[in-house]
Design a protein around this ligand. Structure first.
Ligand SMILES: [Zn+2]
Length: 418
């Protein structure tokens, strides 16, 4: 059965609801301002709605009547009652993917409708005008569970190997668009077959997860089994206790001191990391969340992350580290160029994990596109993406190597600071 998706935008909130497509839902929606469609037993909801105490009472009455069969109306009521009386709100019907620009525009319209002094749209958009001029922005709402792609397994085609069940692909496992070990429980990719899922898991994503091991443990990000991880390296153990305390035990005899003052030490790990696979993981996440219509542009990138082709060098990744932009869930934004401005990359990803932001180019490996292997070509990017701030705050890191590298952490033990 299909569902009816409704979004309610009020001054304080944007909430989404998934109602079953039943007569009860249609009756429920008729409580709101609507137009009848001539000759059809259908209605079209007005976008502009006004909250009133009568509407609230009607909704409650109906929700109570239906609660035995369907609790979703009661849940709706509990949110709805929080909107103040006489406030205008917007109602959107359908599967809505908000672009940042569109959402901002609607919020400003709603504020105006409610008589609020609002900022001029142009002044809000000024710092990001160059991005909006050149790029479409893909950003997922991370507060709800999202399944990307067709629901029925028989209808699915794997984004990466292009196989369907008819070609022998299986879709038994739930594939996460972003690794579950990085805290993503919500973004599921229906269009990833079991073979690709297992390949990415074993061959590439574990390198990014390993690279982020220390920070995952430090910020207690639950792993796949929903447990806060502990770490054990060659010369140390990092324990997270049930009572919330954290303990790093290191073996003094096997410590390498970095400097004379002996306040920086190296924690050595057993596992190694292949830097280029860290890069591939980020690209895999980005290719998982973009609209499938763009995939045709990334065929060479897909071959590369699947290990079907090899690349010697990849563009550097710009990394920003700071406590200010700490996110509790991994956050991913993808920018896709919408013009032929060839001094900008076709696609850029911005992956935030706790205190780290990775800004990476999603290479298309097309000859007509700039390859950005030369660091000074990045200046065009920084001119466009002004919100990243001064370039000095970014560290340019080379993840080109295809060889296993030690994955050690440097620890500052002066003042117990890490
Ligand atoms: Zn596949």
């Amino acid at each position: 059965m299909d569902n009816i998706k409704i979004e309610i935008m009020s001054l304080n909130d944007l909430k989404e609801y998934d109602f079953k497509k039943t007569d009860a839902t249609v009756y429920f929606l008729k409580l709101f301002e609507h137009q009848r469609i001539a000759n059809k037993n259908e209605i079209r909801l007005d976008k502009i709605q006004k909250k009133s105490s009568i509407l609230q009472e009607n909704i409650l009455e109906y929700a109570m009547l239906q609660k035995k069969d369907d609790m979703s109306f009661l849940k709706f009521y509990s949110d709805f009652s929080k909107i103040p009386n006489d406030e205008y709100f917007f109602m959107f019907v359908g599967d809505f993917q908000w672009s940042a620009e569109l959402k901002l525009k609607e919020i400003i319209d709603l504020e105006k409708l409610n008589g609020q002094e609002t900022v001029d749209m142009d002044s809000v958009l000024e710092p990001i005008q160059d991005i909006l001029k050149n790029y479409s922005i893909v950003k997922l709402n991370l507060s709800k569970k999202i399944r990307i792609g067709r629901k029925r397994k028989e209808d699915r085609i794997c984004r990466f190997c292009k196989k369907s069940m008819k070609d022998g692909a299986l879709f038994t496992n739930e594939a996460h668009a972003i690794s579950e070990a990085l805290g993503n429980k919500k973004i599921i990719l229906n269009e990833e077959c079991d073979t690709c899922n297992s390949y990415f898991d074993k061959e590439i994503e574990r390198h990014l997860i390993g690279y982020l091991d220390f920070i995952r443990t430090l910020y207690k990000v639950p792993n796949k089994s929903n447990k806060v991880p502990n770490l054990r390296g060659k010369n140390y153990e990092f324990r997270n206790s049930n009572d919330g305390t954290q303990l790093i035990i290191y073996n003094r005899d096997h410590l390498k001191r970095v400097n004379e003052k002996k306040d920086r030490i190296i924690l050595e790990n057993h596992e190694t990391v292949v830097p280029q696979n860290v890069y591939k993981s980020l690209v895999k996440f980005a290719l998982s969340i973009i609209d499938s219509k763009y995939l045709v542009e990334f065929q060479k990138s897909i071959d590369w992350i699947r290990g079907q082709s090899e690349v010697e060098r990849v563009p550097k990744i710009a990394m920003a580290v700071g406590k200010n932009n700490q996110t509790t869930q991994p956050d991913l934004v993808v920018y896709i160029r919408r013009n032929n401005c060839m001094n900008l990359p076709y696609a850029i990803g911005e992956f935030k994990f706790l205190t780290i932001t990775f800004i990476f180019i999603i290479p298309t490996f097309k000859s007509e596109e700039c390859d950005f292997l030369n660091e000074c070509d990045f200046n065009h990017i920084w001119d466009c993406f002004k919100h990243y701030g001064p370039i000095e705050s970014l560290r340019m890191m080379d993840f080109s190597s295809n060889n296993k590298q030690k994955n050690n952490f440097e620890l500052n033990i002066a003042n117990n600071k890490i």
